[in-house]
Design a protein around this ligand. Sequence first.
Ligand SMILES: Nc1ncnc2c1ncn2[C@@H]1O[C@H](COP(=O)(O)OP(=O)(O)OP(=O)(O)O)[C@@H](O)[C@H]1O
Ligand SMILES: [Mg+2]
Length: 505
Amino acid sequence: MTELIGAIDQGTTSSRFLIFNRQGEPVAEHQTEFKQIYPNSGWHEHDPLELVSSVEGCIAGAVKDLEQKGGDLRNIKAVGITNQRETTVVWDTRTGEPLHNAIVWTDTRTSALVRELKTRPGFDALQEICGLPLSTYPSCSKLLWLLEHIPKVKAAYNEGRLAFGTVDSWLVYKLNGGPQANVHVSDPTNASRSMFMNLKTCDYDNQLLDFFKLDRNKLHLPKIVRSSCPDSYGKLVGGTLAGIPITGCLGDQSAALVGQKGFEPGRAKNTYGTGCFLLYNVGEAPVISKHGLLATVAYYFDGKPVYALEGSIAVAGSALKFLINNLSLAKDSREINELAAGVEDNGGVVFVTAFSGLFAPYWIDDVKGTLLGITQFTQKGHIARAALEAVCFQTKAILDAMEKDSGHPLQRLAVDGGMSNSELCMQTQADLISIPVDRPKMRETTALGAAIAAGLAVKVWNNIDELKDINTIGGTIYEPKITKEDSSKMFTRWEKAVYTSSGFV
Ligand SMILES: Nc1ncnc2c1ncn2[C@@H]1O[C@H](COP(=O)(O)OP(=O)(O)OP(=O)(O)O)[C@@H](O)[C@H]1O
Ligand SMILES: [Mg+2]
């Protein structure tokens, strides 16, 4: 009998449920997209109830898939959760109902608020404690915005019945049945993205909460527990998997690092999904970046927490979705690739895909998406190619910053995520960073990471050494094919484009 582990992957554009065996192979899965809500320019919301129902639908779909393939759901020992990070949900502790749509991590409505916060006394001390530079990206300003603008939220706060959570916390709460069980927890990889958590203690920090003027007697914050834990996350109460314990929880980027088995200091991975995120394992002490990167928790299993340096890029695959959905440039991302591959180069076009400002290592919030270098010569293919290249340029900028912060150049970049399916994008990436790019055969590494966290807690695997053979065969290596000189010429043009587009807003 083979033991199985389920993994909920609640992403920015889709939810998934995958079932893995002990060899780390997905044996069944189901995925659904859900509604993206854009109420104003720069605003981005999700319906919290739809996030839950999409996850429940995926669990049902994957279980059906398992049974159709002759599998037995009684072999599922535990479930892990991985999720889009920073996205902010607020609910009423009495009813368990959300008090507003979730504000998504990409949302920039708080840019004025953030500018104001930067002038508050105590601002300079924040990054040293929580690892993140203040921007619209973490959860803190999203929560402050809700308190300031939504009377229902403010009233719940004043009456001591306002619960805050990132998506992991919300899902765990609802999947446990809501207010009855009242399981309100989060793991450090998620909690560290709120700007409320002290990176070293992995607990809330009064200096941070005081800075944001939040009163813990009025606000219910999730209890921070380890990412892999047999008894803190409760269990599923409904559906075909009712009774199965939830034993693992990791923010999606941490999960991908775990799924790539980036367990030693110096290991890094880059995930090209809706956005793109490079995480570099720095070991058991956090490294506060001097070059525009984030310090974050990689995972906290047993023993000590393990930390990472992170380079966050807000827009990756979402640029392709924009070309497809908003401009009808192509019908899907495969066709974007065909268009891009149909031209020799970008034809002089640079696409600064700053739909949410620019994140790492630039942190420029007064920039919006900008296409530069268009002439009568420009074809669709050039724009498609520039969209693929944009994420590769930003990854190059992040690797340069990472080298300065860590003192070590990376030897090889492990990749995954939807956009890593693009051969052209991965070759371009290798060309621009002048080191090999290593893409595994099984690219659902985010879900695999959640399964690993859950499986370790219930001893499906006894330790991380038992994971060493997982997903090692059948990958692809992209070697750099252009000279460093040519690569640096392309990069210089990108940097010029970034500074040309800045200050427009
Ligand atoms: N062949 C392809 N070439 C280029 N891009 C692709 C290809 N296939 C998928 N993508 C892009 O990958 C993205 C989806 O990636 P992925 O499935 O990793 O994201 P996700 O998990 O839904 O999002 P996230 O986890 O970031 O919320 C889409 O934006 C899509 O445009
Ligand atoms: Mg994902």
